[in-house]
Design a protein around this ligand. Structure first.
Ligand code: R5P
Length: 312
């Protein structure tokens, strides 16, 4: 392990520390601060020459600050002659614009992939991308992990019966199907129509939810609008207890307060890919950790072992 080093930007220091705990190594030392005018100042305080370096940094809010910190850290590590640099991006932001679905719009997911590669990333490690095909935006190796196992461990303890896994929109079918398989549950889909990038209107339910315990699964929750719409239709359709398992808690604006007020939601379970300081204060929101999943993936990448069993 003497060649393995883990660094972190400021986006999710706690997760980085937990990963190091799993790996039984200390977090390596880097200064990631600001110059007086706000520019990011980075100094790697340890020798990284010939080392296998992992940088933990989700590009969660504030996304531009966190992305830029990551890019500058990669640049510093590359110039310091690290042997291999893996950008560990537990939450890969800027992913929702992943295709040109209207005239004159960018493909930010591709732009970010290019930026990371040019900055010095040799590999990427991430969890539950908004769309699996974003992997193809990179011409460097990318390991895509899934949080489903972490959620499964949590829900097993609740001993729920008659579960239906629900995708809140048609785009999430693949993810929901994987959950339904692992949870040995039925599958349902909400036919959701998007009115604008920020607003959606929930429509019909395809599948059986009446008198069933429901787990809504999604890759991310931002405003919480999609989740609350889904809960409303599911309740109307006679669902019993409604849970949600959502990987990335972006939780923008009043999302946390709106979720807390939503009495039809039993629990929202989120991972710690993004720090959830405010959300942790609300009993309806539960946090499960991806630190061991990422730690194990890092260990295997370092020792050139297969990581595919972590994909199950
Ligand atoms: C949509 O494609 C995503 O998977 C999420 O359902 C959506 O982005 C969540 O956003 P919000 O919480 O703002 O409705």
């Amino acid at each position: 392990m003497d060649k393995l080093m883990v660094f972190s930007g400021n986006a999710n220091l706690n997760l980085a520390k937990e990963i190091c705990k799993y790996l039984k190594i200390r977090l390596s030392d880097a200064l990631v601060t600001r110059f007086s005018e706000g520019e990011i100042r980075v100094k790697i305080n340890e020798n990284v020459r010939g080392k296998d370096v992992f940088v933990i940094q989700p590009t969660c809010p504030p996304p531009n600050e966190n992305l830029m910190e990551l890019l500058i850290m990669l640049d510093a590590l590359k110039r310091a002659s690290a042997y291999r640099i893996t950008a560990v991006i537990p939450y890969f932001g800027y992913a929702r614009q992943d295709r040109k679905d209207q005239p004159r719009v960018p493909i930010t997911a591709k732009l970010v992939a290019n930026l990371l590669t040019v900055a010095g990333a040799d590999r990427i490690l991430t969890i539950d991308l908004h769309a699996g095909q974003i992997q193809g935006f990179f011409d460097i190796p990318l390991d895509h992990l899934y949080a489903v196992g972490v959620f499964l461990d949590y829900f097993k303890k609740l001993k729920l019966k008659d579960i239906t896994v629900v995708s809140p929109d048609v785009g999430g079918i693949k993810m929901a199907r994987a959950y339904a398989k692992r949870f040995a549950a039925e599958l349902a889909i909400i036919d959701k129509r998007r009115i604008s990038p920020e607003r959606t209107e929930a429509m019909h339910i395809l599948g059986e939810v009446k008198n069933r315990n429901v787990i809504i699964v999604d890759d991310l929750i931002a405003t919480g609008g999609s989740l609350i719409d889904a809960i409303t239709v599911l309740k109307k359709a006679g669902a019993k207890d409604i849970y949600a398992a959502i990987t990335h808690g972006v939780l923008s604006g009043d999302a946390v307060k709106n979720i807390d007020r939503c009495n039809d939601l039993k629990e929202l379970v989120i991972t710690d890919t993004i720090p959830l300081i405010e959300a942790k204060r609300y009993p309806r929101i539960k946090v499960v950790s991806v630190a061991s999943l990422l730690g194990e993936a890092i260990r295997r990448i370092h020792f050139e072992e297969s990581v595919s069993s972590l994909f199950d």
